[in-house]
Design a protein around this ligand. Sequence first.
Ligand SMILES: Nc1ncnc2c1ncn2[C@@H]1O[C@H](COP(=O)(O)OP(=O)(O)O)[C@@H](O)[C@H]1O
Ligand SMILES: [Mg+2]
Length: 347
Amino acid sequence: MADLEVQNLAKSYDGKTKVLKDISFSVKNGEFVSILGPSGCGKTTTLRIIAGLIPETSGQVLVDNKDITKVPVYKRNFGMVFQSYALFPHLSVFENVAFGLKTRKIAKSEIKEKVAAMLELTGLSDLADKFPAQLSGGQQQRVSLARALIIDPELLLMDEPLSNLDAKLRLKMREEICRLQKKMKMTVLFVTHDQQECFAISDKVLIMKQGHIDQFDTPQTIFHHPRTEYVARFIGYDNFVPVSPNSCQDNYHVKAGETVLTTTEDCLNAKVLTIRPENIVLDLKEATQNTFDGKIINREYLGQSFKYTVESKLGEFKVEEARQKMRSSGDEVTLTLPAKHLHPLSE
Ligand SMILES: Nc1ncnc2c1ncn2[C@@H]1O[C@H](COP(=O)(O)OP(=O)(O)O)[C@@H](O)[C@H]1O
Ligand SMILES: [Mg+2]
């Protein structure tokens, strides 16, 4: 497998609106990178340009430092898996998987051997003679994965491959993909709009917003240090407090309106602070900082916990609390925002 580098990629379909604006990122050999973003943000367009299926408007795609931007699709040795399995309906499982080898003019005996090994690896040996219409969604997606992998691709590109599967099967396929990726040391670029899925399986996540990259980091870094409000919202930070940068004399306080908040040093230049709903504490006894009055105005039941909407002088907050105690609309509470859980956002 290989290193992939994308440099300053831009794309316009109509010559006017840019659906990709100056995208740059790299995927190292053996890495699993996901592109995460809502529908229409440009994920598929990015993948299709890398695959060579559509032309870029400007920018370069490099594989192992070689510019392949103008190399036609059939000369790129990439495996592709799509949301719609795109199998050949008139070919058996065996023939579907063998397809990429046949077009490469490989000897029949070698094809037989390789396909058998790949069917074994992907758990399809018993289905070799079936046709796509006789298979379940999960089985079809496995065939499409086997077909992509049989050519020993330099790079595996996957566009929402699990979207058509039910929740249980999604989890199972997700595990299988991870297992295969590690076993075969594959370089993978995986597209999804599902945050949990993406964080569970990726070495790095690229968060895309309207044709540009908002953040490209490990899942852990994104989770603990979201860079923008858009990213923070995507991963479940529900609370945003506008603050005045450098509004206090020392390094550990900032002003939110007239309220002085105690923070950590990295919050000094922030324009907005964010905090997760589960990190706000209600009715903390002996609270010493960042505590103010609030009133419960809504309650949602989440199974293990309740999520409350709490009105306060700093606006509304979402607060998640273990279900031992149930509060009701109208209840008066105090809110505490622990300084160590307040994260700075630059945008
Ligand atoms: N073939 C096309 N012609 C014109 N516009 C397109 C075409 N394909 C996609 N788009 C537009 O480009 C933007 C990005 O689309 P896409 O890459 O498919 O997003 P995603 O995969 O993130 O949902 C969207 O606004 C979409 O309408
Ligand atoms: Mg898409």
